[in-house]
Design a protein around this ligand. Sequence first.
Ligand SMILES: [Zn+2]
Length: 281
Amino acid sequence: MFGYNKKKENKQPPEFLVLVEKWDSFLKKIEARFNESLFPAEEAVLDQLEEGNYDMNSNMTAWSGIKAQLLQLADKIETTFVTKVKPQMLEYIEPWELIEQEQKGVKLKESFRPKLQRIEIILEGKVAQKYYDYAIEFLNQDFHCTQCGGKLEIKKDIFRSHYVVCNYCNSTNTFTPSNKITELRWVVDQIAKYKALKEWDEKEAARKTCKAIRSPKEANDFTKLKHAYDNWETKEKAFWTKYFTERAEYVSDYKDTIAHDVKVKMELFFYDDRKRSELQY
Ligand SMILES: [Zn+2]
């Protein structure tokens, strides 16, 4: 059978090779367009934050729109292959010879999502930082006791309603932050994630290495897989530790729960996966 395949490959007609060239250059163009759109997208979303008077919701809606457009490029790869490339190529080759060509498109398409995921961390991190700098101004104003007018010492790092006892007359005031301030909890999450981007990259790489080892059969493969999982575990933990530590820098409430929060995330994003994989051993 392999001999037969080889013979076939050798006489791929020139018409087919022209079509392959066309397909390759189409994919290159789509990839370039995707990459070129990322930077302007980031600029547009950041600019819109100021123009939209720091309305986070409309800002994130704008990003969703841009993201959807970028993902449409991925759909275009598939439609073009099915409606144009495939029928044209089939005039010159057998269906099984088409797999290689189809895979090129699938590979490019699959590369878009992780790229977008990473850009999203950067983008949301930058938007969040800008928003934080803006909203924190509000907390730097003076707040006064409703009873005696004395200056109140409010907690500047919890971003939610809380009681403040007046140092002058001892009466209890309720400090209610504006909506812009309560959004800061979400904002802080994004800043922390952005600050842990190096660790995020490392754990993603470790996960990919691990996932690339498929269906191990020999003892050697299992050792390799075990090492890959050990490495991924270290990197995954490093990421969540960095993330929760950064977060606690902004919100003091979070300080006491770092170890617990890391544990919860490790269960969710790592230990389940490892357990499932060990069942195959
Ligand atoms: Zn008072």
